[in-house]
Design a binder for this molecule. Sequence first.
Ligand SMILES: Nc1ncnc2c1ncn2[C@@H]1O[C@H](COP(=O)(O)OP(=O)(O)O)[C@@H](O)[C@H]1O
Ligand SMILES: [Mg+2]
Length: 965
Amino acid sequence: GGGGSTASQLEEVSLGVSTPSYANKNRERKGSGGVGHPEPPRPARVRGPAPLSVQFIEVLRKRWNCAKRDPVGRFYEVILPILLVALVMLILLLNISPSGPSLELETQMYNLLGNTSPEPYVTAPVTPPSNVGFSTRVEQNLLGTGVNLVGMSPSIKDSTNMSLYLLDTRFENLKFAGYCPDDEILIEYPENLKEGLQLSGVNNGEVVANANYTEVRPELTIMHNSTGYHSIPAHFAAYTKAQLQDQTDDAGADYEVASHPLPLTARKSLELKAILSLFAALFILIPYCYVPATFVVFIVRERAVKAKHLQLVSGLTQWVYWLGTYVWDLINYIIIVLGTMLVFRAYQDEDLTGDTESFNAVLTLFCLYGMATIPLSYSLSFLFENHTTAQISIAGILFVKGFLLVITSALLDGISGTAEINETLKFYYRFSPAFCLGEGLINLSVRRLRNLLLGENTSPWDEEVIGRAIKYLVAEVFVFCLLTLAIEYKLTKKAFRGCKSVWASCCGRGGSGSGAEDGAGAGQGYPEDEDVAEERKRILSYPGSSTDFVCLRNLTKVYGNGTRAVDRLCLGIPRGQCFGFLGINGAGKTTTMKMITGEVGVTSGSAFVMSMNAETQRTEVRKHMGYCPQFDPLFDRMTAREHLWHYATIRGIRRDRIFPIITQVLDTVGLNLYADIPAGTYSGGNKRKLSLGLALIGEPSVVFLDEPSSGMDPVSRRFMWDVIERVARRCCVILTTHSMEECEALCSRIGIMVGGRLRCLGSTQHLKNRFGKGYNLEAKLDPARFADFESFMRKHFPLAVIAEKLSNGILRYELPRDGVSLAHIFGLIEKNKSELGLTNYSVSQSSLERVFIQIAEKDYSAGEGGNGSPSNAVALMAPGEARCDSEAWDRKDHHRRNPLAKNGSEVELATLQLQRTATNEGFVGDADGEEGLIVGSTVGASGMGSESKQKPQGATNGVEILASI
Ligand SMILES: Nc1ncnc2c1ncn2[C@@H]1O[C@H](COP(=O)(O)OP(=O)(O)O)[C@@H](O)[C@H]1O
Ligand SMILES: [Mg+2]
């Protein structure tokens, strides 16, 4: 009910104006074969991608949408670098110039024992008779109190002797002595000072005052310990104080002597500041190496989740994508630069922002650095698939190329032997923008100093300052931008290949050959199935391109590691067909889609979409293409609505039509509840729904859906089937899935791919008929009684073959359909079941799943045998089976409200209440019977074998009976 109405809304949306009637689309749907469509492919609606300016704005809007919900990312990208710069600039605040309080100088300074003790390094002069008062004062000033004067040994005649004497006696009572040439007197310290003297390490130095008095002016020689910085002034002060007291005759006369550091000279302080700002300039490189690396995170992730590819498929122009990205990143970068300049200003960095000229120079330098480094990181980003690795590695590369190179260069410059070589090397260093930045900043930092000290008169823009760096940076901006675009457009790869082929031809090695053995199957292992061979013939017989919407001709993909993922695939899919691409994991389904959508290159062969070559006319082709990749190509921080807006705009849908379309798509895929929640928070199924919505928006003529239902709940899945069903009518849908049920529900034609090649091709029914003929009998019984059962079977069904014999008591037989009726089998077994000891048993027709497993199994065991002609396949077949499980219920339910199934009037889906007695083949039960023992049954009312006409998917002939008795 509700589902139906919303689904029809999507139809209106995706069909645009023209909604074909049911009758039309039924005519369009071919049962099997997919024989060439008579009319040439004409898309329902051709619409070019949006104008470039609109695309450009969309790229920016996308970034804004993602950025605004990511404050943490913003912090790391923009705020953190500015904070780092601020931190680095703290260096400038280091205060190296000396200041502080004055140091008062007195002999007591060297008194290590406290105030009461005299300074132990000094002896007093001898008092000359002529001026007793003065010498006493000197003595007091030098020694303080408590010193005994004793007679000195006559051997001590001079200062040398004195020192030796002191050294010899340092552990004795006599510690210090002074002498006077006239009257030799030894001063002995009191005993109580001995310990202290030893502690203070007397041998460190002995200070002796030698008063050499004359009659008039006493001459004083002060011998001092040179390890005491201030001992001369201190002792001299003691002496002059004594003089002062002597002159003024005032024993209390005193003055202070102090030492105070001189302020730095202008030159010295300039030097210091220049060194600091040089360091600051160097360390600023660290945040600036990290900044461009953070910008690649988004683009690497976008590429890894295929969101970029989907945008390109939706019509985004590659260079516009890069331009938008570049502009967005530059805006972020300029915010960082402005923040940096503010920090410089705040720190009053005279050298970098002192005058307008320097300010402008620094600003230019930073901007050019960003403009060059950002595309450089873009180019490097192509090397990485993981955004974290990309960020760390690129930051590392920039760091080595910048910071370390600057330091290396500075070191080499400093060593006289290497300075000259370094001048030459700098030419190469400058290819790294970070080196240019570092060099420029350092040159600017020391420019003022050089001007002052060396008398130079340079302006910031001069060649030796930043002029050269700027020239290099300007060139690098262009070089790296072009490099990015060249990589994007795979020019580098082509150039590389060109070089390789030139080299190969020079060396006389033949062309690569490219494995172009074409045509009919006789490749490896087994011969091609007849249906597949027929399709190949049909495709290859077209002169130019076929009339199919999608046409693959010998499409081949060999990956770089030698994996032949797709091997000479030939397939045509007409309009209105939903083609089911089946195959085990690694069969090459996704690779096929990737080749058609242009995500990976085609090794050989070609793919045509709407008669246009998917490789050479990529832009044209993409207008008609919708793609839902295997993994959700979503931006975690964008909501469903924003996603739809983004892709709708890129697709070129007019602005006034976008809103209703978005609303309706949201309705249709059932994402209304989540429309305004970031996609990163969605469950797997909801992500899938959004991816599907993105593939459908913009009315593409060809829709590729790679496992669209994986991870979806059964309700959503059925909902999605309705959507796909409707879309498939007017365009052509290529679908891969692992759900056979889905395939039966949706696909009018199925190809099973094994190892890169189609193993079989046709409608569901066709495949079942060809590969799943007969019935499948599964019995569960005691393994001990297997022999009885086997003989029973041999007797009654001599053609039955044992397909499977499991130790858990399951025995599976395969019975050819010819000549045996289901009723007969059923009746016979029912009659004998207790005798045979059957716990339960089932009889069924082969299901698609059986067919698939059997075909895929062949691949697993491929290599052994490899004999099978097409008819052999039947013999190899594993028995089919059908289960009446809840999913089967759902399917029937789906079919019941599936307009197509209804339209195919020969399909009757019934739930049967099974009678215990045997029934005839073709028996039809009560279609509405619900309760009781249930058998899932699909009954073909029309005769078997006539299904080729107008048979929609899902119709199966015969009766499937599962009985539990
Ligand atoms: N980028 C790649 N490089 C090398 N081999 C790849 C690459 N992608 C896929 N393959 C290989 O190609 C084969 C087909 O893969 P794929 O197309 O993804 O299978 P499917 O979608 O059918 O599960 C696999 O064997 C896979 O390992
Ligand atoms: Mg796949």
